[in-house]
Design a protein around this ligand. Structure first.
Ligand code: GLA
Length: 684
């Protein structure tokens, strides 16, 4: 395998998807001029261009792309060149119907949309790699080429394919994982419902069947599907590195949009890219912009965790409305600036959009753009121009990393296991517990890195384990060792229950963390949506309202019970416990608190986790307003990003430094409603 080439920018990448092929060539120059006016310095080109680049099996046409790249280069706009493999041309899909996706009901998807290819199709793999090689050979020395981009949102529409090629590849994958069919049977608990297999040849993808499929079978299928898509990216990347070594390669992940857990295990994917790139879209119509800002924080913190804390690349976000929700919300004046800045605050060194110029035909013609249908004489374009100016001023912060003191352990495999319809409750989404915890922690003033349970966690003083259903045996010991040295560990319900094969640990819940927490659960008692139960302290103070989950639970003698249920079937049983471990503590939360209750709990735990010499001066402000504060650091310099998503002006704690957006001193600084400031100061 060739060497990795890290992406090392000298300016904050600002730009996004430009699709010149959608326009008469006479309009290209004016479009590029407009992009330049908005300080766009990077364009992603060629994402859906296969049918133009290769109009027939033996026909190739690169002239239009040559011209588009030359126009961009004239204006010093860098190119992220996509490999165009996201959507094969109709002639290919017609000639090779077996390359098209078959869904779980056995229906082969029709031509006429996008991304209709099976990740395990040999003919697709071969044709796509031929295209990648042709592109790489043609543009390897192009002066505008800054980065390669394989495919697009791998698995967005074709995460699963149930065709014969997939079945064959799944069997190969299973053979690699288990070696013998006896081990597979053991891992899947196949004696249950007479499912013992005599050979790998008998195993098929878990398509629609009479009733529930085996949960471990489904879990392995999800793992396989993620690996199959990753294999397409890696195959494309290897061609690019072979022909064009030295040019970074990435692909856009889809972390944190809406409630979707997603179908790719990006912790596994992260090592395959030269910079982690992500697409994020806020979902839903919400009158409070603060909720949208929480969605962005969730996605950005998750992406940064996947990137191991390194700066990352925001490949797509929406200039304003999208086209794929039931009612698509338009950003009101000023929101675009705050949205883009919040990703940059949380560790992105690139702020790119889908899309730069709004299409006038096709399925995305009502998706917003930097240059909307109205043209450059528009609020949207003027806001983009102003934003481009400001983003350019952030160049000095490139490469700085976000200062996070709290880790939250998340894992796609665990989330996939929780999605099986035979769980005690399917009344909430797998990441809902993590999201509730993230929101509470963020409002409590913490900056949270989402990390994989196997990552090195030693730099964090506070570790949260939110509904980590599936995990390795050793995690409990590792967290216990951290607690002994002073760390604070908060574990919530539905954690530690099962091992990697989804086999439940015996002896009581929460299996892997029972010793660490000093509690023992005998039965789960999920609550229906809308039902709450009060958790009260021994003194009778209401601490929180429990939602979604309770447990029949006892605490060991040395474990403190900080709250008990006030009423209902489990009245008097523990609703919050704490065990003292060395110089640290481990809390167990057998439910999901209401937002205010969760915030109060997060604040009290966090206060204790802070070194007493450095209390967080922003904590009260963040907890009581819609202000977001994030710090990026490099060397002895700290950049304090402060964003006011609310409609009330606030005064911020005095800092010694200057606002790098305005040049103003920050000795006494106000943050007006809707405003953003980035203060350069020294890090303590
Ligand atoms: C995805 C795709 C883009 C575009 C946007 C629209 O993220 O990658 O091609 O379709 O959605 O929001």
């Amino acid at each position: 395998m060739a060497e990795m080439t890290r992406w090392a920018p000298d300016r904050v990448a600002f730009g996004g998807d430009w699709n010149p092929e959608q326009w008469p060539v006479e309009e290209w120059e004016a479009q590029v001029r407009a992009l330049d006016q908005a300080k766009v310095n990077l364009a992603r080109v060629g994402v859906f261009s296969w049918s133009l680049l290769q109009p027939g099996p033996d026909e190739w046409d690169f002239a239009w792309l040559d011209h588009a790249m030359a126009l961009l280069h004239e204006r010093r706009i860098d190119v992220v060149l996509a490999t165009s493999t996201a959507s094969p041309p109709p002639w290919f899909s017609r000639m090779h119907p077996e390359s098209r996706v078959i869904d779980e009901r056995g229906y082969r998807h029709e031509i006429g949309s996008r991304q209709n290819w099976c990740p395990s199709s040999p003919v697709f793999r071969q044709a796509s790699l031929t295209l990648v090689r042709r592109l790489a050979e043609r543009y390897v020395d192009h002066p505008a080429l800054r980065m390669w981009h394989t495919n697009n949102e791998l698995g967005c529409h074709n995460a699963e394919c149930f065709c014969e090629h997939s079945a064959t590849a799944f069997r190969v994958w299973l053979r690699d994982r288990y070696r013998t069919i006896a081990r597979l049977n053991e891992a899947w608990g196949a004696r249950f419902w007479s499912q013992s297999y005599a050979s790998f040849d008998e195993v098929a993808p878990p398509a629609v069947s009479t009733t529930f499929s085996n949960p471990t079978h489904v879990l392995d299928w999800r793992r396989f599907c993620s690996d199959a898509l990753l294999a397409q990216h890696v195959a494309e990347r290897e061609v690019l590195r072979d022909v064009a070594p030295g040019i970074p390669v990435t692909t856009n992940f889809m972390i944190g949009t809406g409630n979707s857990v997603g179908r790719s295990d990006y912790f596994r994917w992260a090592a395959s890219v030269d910079v982690v790139a992500n697409d994020h879209y806020e979902v839903g119509w919400d009158s409070s912009e603060a909720r949208l800002h929480e969605q962005r924080a969730w996605s950005a913190d998750f992406t940064r965790g996947v990137a191991g804390g390194a700066p990352w690349f925001l490949m797509e976000h929406a200039p304003s409305g999208v086209n794929w929700q039931t009612v698509n919300r338009t950003r009101p004046p000023g929101e675009l600036r705050r949205a883009t800045m919040s990703y940059l605050a949380r560790g992105a060194d690139a702020a790119c959009f889908f899309q730069l110029v709004q299409s006038t035909s096709g399925a995305e013609k009502y998706h917003s753009a930097i240059v909307p249908h109205a043209g450059t004489d528009s609020r949207a374009f003027r806001e983009a121009c102003a934003l481009g100016e400001e983003v350019a001023r952030l160049a000095e912060a490139i490469g700085s990393t976000v200062h996070a003191d709290t880790a939250m352990l998340v894992d796609w495999e665990s989330a996939w296991a929780l999605q099986h319809p035979t769980m005690p409750s399917n009344g909430f989404e797998p990441f809902d517990i993590a999201k509730a915890a993230h929101r509470a922690l963020t409002r409590a003033g913490a900056t949270v890195d989402m990390r994989h349970p196997r990552d090195d966690l030693s730099s964090y003083r506070f570790v949260v384990v939110p509904g980590l259903y599936l995990c390795d045996d050793e995690l409990g010991d590792r967290l216990e060792a951290m607690a002994r040295k002073g760390a604070r560990i908060l574990v919530t319900c539905l954690s530690g229950i099962a091992d990697a094969t989804d086999r439940v640990r015996g002896g009581g819940y929460p299996g892997a963390f029972r010793r660490l927490l000093g509690v023992r659960g005998e039965a789960f008692a999920p609550l229906p949506a809308g039902r709450t139960v009060a958790a009260v302290s021994p003194e009778g103070a209401g601490l929180y309202q429990g939602r979604f989950w309770q447990e029949e639970l006892t605490a060991d003698a040395e474990t403190e019970v900080l709250a008990r249920w006030n009423d209902g079937a489990w009245a008097g049983q523990p609703a919050l416990t704490r065990r003292s471990v060395g110089s640290g503590f481990a809390w167990y939360l057998p439910s999901i608190p209401d937002p205010d209750g969760f915030l109060a709990l997060a604040r009290s735990i966090r206060r204790g986790a802070e070194p007493s010499s450095a209390p967080d001066p922003f904590a009260d402000l963040v907890a009581t307003t819609d202000v977001e504060v994030v710090r990026r650091r490099t060397g002895g310099v700290e950049y304090v990003f402060a964003l006011n998503h609310g409609d009330i002006d606030v005064t911020l704690p005095a800092l010694e430094g200057r606002d790098i957006l305005t040049g103003q001193s920050a000795a006494s600084w106000k943050l007006r409603a809707g405003d953003v400031r980035v203060i350069r100061t020294s890090s303590s």
